[in-house]
Design a protein around this ligand. Structure first.
Ligand code: EPZ
Length: 430
């Protein structure tokens, strides 16, 4: 079993290059099957989630060629099936974007029902409501969702909750429906905008992405394109907190500072220094950080995907902090692991009450999910002694070369596979 072994203590200093946005990439990859012409996608992050979605696309006859590590050419001219089976959806929930993409292009699609995930119940009622509003007959039976329509036609759809997944999925299907679709109370996340921009570069007519009303004029067909994915807001945010928690000084390159404003604002509030440039940000933490209150909210609010990283940082900051999770109900599973490292955190419902402590101690811990796993890495980077993190497969779903990027900033971290590797690391770090 692969694990990370980390010796804490060094402030992280230097430069790091941020990759393409994983959650934009998943929508864009799915959308790339909506044309018979070749599509080139650049700045694609080389992480497990994108690799799995590419396999799902290949399983129905899409040809995906890797031109280099971060560029693929997708050719979906010869798609031979419309069913994405259980295996892929179990590995990666975002396979459900294939439902919207295939429904749009072929007016028929079948995808396994996404199972319960470890950050909350994550219903998909809004996706199904949207497809039905476009005129699809949607059935859920024997663990599969099937959506079919003779003629998808535009409609006015009001989302009951702000949801990234349903906004993107409905946008995909509506792009090739006849007539106009209006999505109200749409999600405004940068990756929703990026998927819309990608579809527009293929000939779609989508306006208003990034506001809460998206207007889509259906088109008959989409054409090929070359498109570069935006930088990953959450990978960037994670390195911003890596600078903060280790009292380091990191230049975070290839970012869109506007997408990071809610994160920068909180870091400044707790005592960090931030310098903004056109496409990079410098974060430094010259002194012990202080407490704050934070509530996760849809964009432009503070992202739920940064909640474990800020809570972990606040657990070492002075004073009492309160972190409220308003998007997913089960996103505090990492707190037990942090407590084992010495954190003083009490969770009541969707709120964590954090009393800052002076230090953490290294421990054997497990990553409960992707972002919580990254937060535990941050905790280990600053803990006294050595930590070993299990279940790093979650972290690899969304962070490319995480140990390598941290090592280049001065961290002592390695991916290990055996007791022998662990002993070697311990001998090396002394
Ligand atoms: C996306 O998940 C991201 N995943 C998540 O990133 C992220 O945490 C989340 O958006 C919020 O920003 C991808 O983009 C692949 P939602 P998604 O639909 O689309 C409720 C990561 O770590 N809801 O915006 O599944 C839902 O329960 C991951 O990279 C319904 O009620 O999230 C939640 O409370 C984890 N009905 C809220 O909406 C629905 O039909 C927001 O969920 C759909 C959602």
């Amino acid at each position: 079993m692969e694990q990370y072994i980390i010796k804490g203590g060094s402030p992280l200093v230097g430069e790091v290059e941020i990759g393409g946005a994983k959650n934009a990439a998943l929508g864009i990859l799915a959308a790339s099957v909506m044309t018979t012409e070749p599509v080139i996608i650049e700045n694609l992050p080389d992480v497990r989630d994108t690799a799995v979605l590419i396999q799902a696309m290949e399983s129905i006859g899409t040809r995906v060629e890797r031109l280099d590590r971060h560029t693929v050419r997708v050719n979906a001219a010869n798609i031979s099936g419309y069913t994405i089976d259980d295996g892929y959806i179990k590995k990666i929930r975002a396979s459900y974007y294939m439902l919207g993409a295939l429904l749009g292009r072929f007016k028929t699609a079948e995808v396994a029902l996404p199972g319960g995930c470890n950050i909350g119940s994550r219903p998909i009622d809004q996706h199904l409501k949207g497809f039905r509003a476009l005129g699809a007959k949607v059935e859920v039976s024997r663990g599969m969702i099937s959506a079919k329509s003779e003629n998808l036609s535009g409609n006015h759809i009001y989302m009951d909750v702000v949801t990234v997944g349903a906004t993107i999925n409905i946008m995909l299907a509506a792009t090739l429906a006849t007539g106009k679709t209006i999505i109200e109370n749409a999600a405004k996340e940068p990756h929703v905008v990026d998927v819309a921009n990608f579809l527009n570069s293929m000939g779609a007519s989508i306006k208003g992405a990034g506001t809460d009303v998206i207007r889509i004029k259906g088109v008959e067909r989409l054409h090929g394109t070359t498109y570069s994915i935006i930088p990953d807001q959450i990978e960037a945010g994670t390195f911003m907190f890596a600078a903060a928690i280790t009292k380091g000084d990191i230049m975070i390159k290839n970012v869109i500072p506007k997408h990071l404003e809610s994160i920068s604002a909180k870091l400044i509030e707790i005592g960090c220094e931030i310098e903004e440039f056109d496409d990079c940000l410098r974060v430094a933490a010259p002194r012990r950080l202080t407490n704050t209150h934070v509530k996760t909210l849809p964009y432009p609010g503070f992202p739920t995907d940064m909640q474990p990283q800020i809570a972990t940082t606040l657990a070492l900051s002075e004073g009492t902090s309160i972190v409220t999770e308003s998007i997913f109900e089960n996103r505090f599973k990492y707190v037990g692991e942090l407590q084992r490292m010495g954190a003083n955190i009490k969770v009541e419902g969707n709120t964590a009450i954090i009393e800052g402590v002076d230090s953490f101690t290294g421990a054997g811990i497990s990553a409960p999910d992707l972002r919580a796993g990254a937060a535990l890495v941050l905790a280990a980077l600053v803990a006294d002694g050595i930590s070993i993190i299990d279940d790093i497969v979650y972290i690899e779903r969304g962070y490319e070369d995480f140990p390598e990027k941290l090592t280049a900033l001065g961290a002592s971290i390695e991916k290990v596979e055996s007791e022998r590797d662990i002993q070697k690391f311990k001998l090396k770090v002394g």
